[in-house]
Design a protein around this ligand. Sequence first.
Ligand code: GAP
Length: 443
Amino acid sequence: MEKIVSLAKRRGFVFPGSEIYGGLGSTYDYGPLGVELKNNIKREWWNYFIHQRNDMVGLDGGILLSPKVWEASGHVKNFKDALVECKKCHHRFRPDKLRRPEEVGAPTNASRLKDPSKCPDCGGEFTEAKLFSGMFKTVIGPIEKEGVTTYLRPETAQAIFADYKNILSSGSRKIPFGVGQIGKAFRNEVTTGNFIFRTLEFEQMEIEYFISPDDDWQKIFKGWVDYIHGFMDVVGLERKRLFDHEIPDAERAFYSKRTIDMEYEFPFGQDELWAVAYRTDYDLSKHQEYSGVNMEYLDDRTGKKYIPHVIEPTFGVDRTILAILSTAYSEEGDRTVLKLKPNIAPYKAAVFPLLANKPDLVNLAKKIYGDLKKSFYVAWDDRGNIGKRYYSQDEIGTPYCITVDFDSLESDDVTVRDRDTMKQKRVAIKELAPYLEEYCSRS
Ligand code: GAP
């Protein structure tokens, strides 16, 4: 984990938030390469879950919603974490993370605990559990006392429920269909840590999939679990490191009748990466009750009216990035390589002139760089020697390095070096764009 955190900062993937002021705990900024990686992951998610399916559409809802949304959804009342505090060192823990593995039904970080009734850090006694709200309050209006208090959304899902009628009528959708959304969410987390695994501000990619109460929800749920497993291949995660953890009744979120947490082997242990929940008609029924707006759907084949039920696949962008970085990170002899899948790598290629002081080489390399840049995000490097440039690109996951040498001036081809095999081959300059297209666009 230390190596990943250090590489992430050094090479511009992830910076600690507000560092010049001493930092703001559990907040991070994505640097020049981090934002590219993040955008590539989000683009692949949107493509796989929205564009490639016939039953999905997208939405970009607001971060600020009426406070009534959060009363109706139950978040104001129920979105709370129970915490125990060590009487000696005052570290706080979620009681569910302190249980032994056999008690929660799956291996978790808790497997390292010898006695879950004692503080794992100092062996001290715990206080009784207390409830803490995870909602970030904010005030709309210039005068705090007169303003309307609302919340920064703790999940993106609710805008989909609030807009469900508009989505239905604007696109003449028929159930089953789903709505996907990517956006920021905010949680006043009391236990934080493990780098970008649990932060106060993070990004979610969520789907609310609307079905009929008469549908076989278990079958549709299973279909989503399998489809999500397919996304691991798209972004280069390892299926053998994923564990589908069935959440027992007592530990599920207040709105869910079935939840599977998809846990991944992170460097610090196995923990939740993504999740799928069966939210029933809980949310739409509550919004109907609180807003007075009829949320029923008329099935024109059967003439039956009903409030749709919902299956919800949910993904944290930041946790996906952490899982990808920790899967891709490798050390081979004296080189560090990020073996990112080319479709999500920040740069698809780097272009070098063999020697920076030979204008003919530099001019041709600049021309290739400029031409490729029209279709791909590519890097330029003319510092130091070729070996150093290769290693520098390996460390940030650039799949291909293109070197313009003296032969290139005669034969219109260049050396293309592969990050993973380190093998080199000659490729005609006019074939470079199709070459990158073939190897970097494929998911
Ligand atoms: N709408 C359902 C929902 O929000 P969740 O399991 O609480 O469910 C969904 O959150 C996903 O969001 C998680 O699987 C995780 O990937 C991500 N996530 C949740 N809290 C987070 C946090 N504090 N920091 C980073 N990611 C978080």
